[in-house]
Design a protein around this ligand. Structure first.
Ligand code: EPS
Length: 392
């Protein structure tokens, strides 16, 4: 059986962005509406550039399905780039500080940054979103909901979104153009992006992803490679332009004593038959992860995106041919892509969750995955009432 995994390929102005998803169990009905809706959301958000008026992203799936249902073989899909002009696009010799231009050009021994920027471009995130959105058809079978949204743009910070249930978060986030569940701050966020546009500048921010309905025990503390917190940090931290990731209280843990950090445990028998198995917490500073494993609380992860490195006003740089000091090249770009990044973060988190879910509840078919899941929940529910039960 193949472990769930995915690869992406494609250049920003090449013919298409490609994705290959391997290890999806057979028997999952793929909801293409979800996939294409996520791709559309990724293209949106206030602050996007002119490229998004050219592209109309949808996923064309070529393999792995029969009558819209997975057969267990690799799923290959592509998103067409309407702005396909990689062979004629101009050379870029003045690297943009903050972009992959300089490091990539030196690494691949070229003075034309285009060769690096085409693949380094955040256009690649269309394929990542497609991969995450594909596996959401599996997660939906187990009522796992994952919601990504914006919590900060520039210095404007969302308030009062803790404790919102999934459906409320989704509705609030969808009500404005910056994908922020705190509608009272969304206008100020839009205003900040408008000001950055006037200043020929760019803006970053913070996105948050919350996952609901996760059973206890996804991930592992046995090997560092299997710890779910580390795996999520790589997934989110590898999104283009991300510079930091935190889980739950994150860096806020540093200033508090343990008594104000750790989430004390209660038992509520009325929630015994939920994925949390009745174990409830008075807070969720751990962000749903302890020891690299899910603990039955909502999983909360945040990532910070730096401002886009292509500024209309340019930045001081060096011409790679002459070594003379010059302003960096301007490539058409976004002023703020934080709302789009929240969609990317949501879907890369979805993929990692599907991956650990199938590690624990593995099976070639959805039927077997469901049987493993049901068996585990039943056994976990009996914990403490069935002496000597471990693994038996
Ligand atoms: C990007 C530069 C811009 C963005 C692009 C990311 O591309 P272009 O120069 O073609 O306008 O639009 O993002 C996307 C194309 C996308 O679909 O997200 C960059 O340099 O990273």
């Amino acid at each position: 059986m193949t472990c769930l995994d995915y690869r992406t390929a494609g250049e920003s102005h090449g013919p298409s962005c490609m994705v290959i998803v391997e290890g999806m169990p057979a028997g999952v009905r793929l909801n293409m509406d979800v996939v294409n809706k996520e791709l559309r959301r990724r293209q949106g958000g206030y602050g996007r550039g002119a490229r998004q008026r050219i592209e109309k992203d949808t996923l064309d799936i070529q393999t792995g399905l029969r009558q819209s249902v997975t057969i267990g073989s690799p799923i290959v899909g592509s998103v067409v780039n309407k702005d396909h002009r990689i062979d004629t696009a101009p050379k870029v010799n003045r690297p943009r500080p903050g972009h992959a231009d300089l490091a990539g050009s030196v690494k691949w021994l070229t003075t034309d940054c285009r060769e690096t920027l085409e693949r380094a471009s955040a256009r690649e995130t269309a394929a990542r979103v497609a991969a995450g959105a594909i596996v959401r058809s599996l997660l939906a079978e187990f009522d796992i909901q994952i919601v990504g949204y914006v919590v900060q743009i520039g210095s404007v910070i969302a308030q009062n979104i803790d404790q919102m249930p999934a459906d409320q978060l989704i509705a609030a986030r969808n009500s404005n153009e910056v994908y922020c569940p705190d509608a009272s701050q969304s206008e100020a966020m839009i205003g900040a992006i408008r000001q950055a546009t006037k200043d020929k500048d760019t803006l970053g921010g913070i996105v948050e992803v919350c996952a609901f309905g996760l059973p206890i025990g996804l991930g592992s503390c046995w090997r560092w490679q299997d710890k779910l917190d580390g795996r999520l940090m790589q997934a989110v931290g590898s999104i283009q332009a991300f510079k930091g990731v935190e889980i739950g209280l994150g860096f806020g843990c540093a200033e508090r004593p343990g008594s104000q950090v750790h989430d004390e445990i209660d038992f509520d028998p009325s929630t015994r038959n939920t994925p949390g198995l009745g174990f409830v917490r008075r807070s969720n500073n751990a962000g749903g992860l302890e020891g690299g494993m899910t603990n039955g609380q909502p999983l909360v992860i945040r990532g910070v995106m730096k401002p886009i490195s292509t500024l209309l006003r340019g930045l001081d740089s060096v011409n790679l041919l002459s070594k003379a000091s010059e302003r960096s090249d301007y490539e058409r770009s976004d002023v703020c892509a934080v709302p789009a990044a929240s969609v990317v973060a949501e879907n890369v988190v979805a993929f990692e969750i599907a991956r650990v879910f199938l590690e624990k509840f593995s099976g070639d078919t959805l039927t077997e995955v469901r049987a493993a899941y049901d068996f585990f929940l039943k056994a976990a529910c009996r914990l403490g009432t069935d002496p000597g039960q471990a693994g038996s």
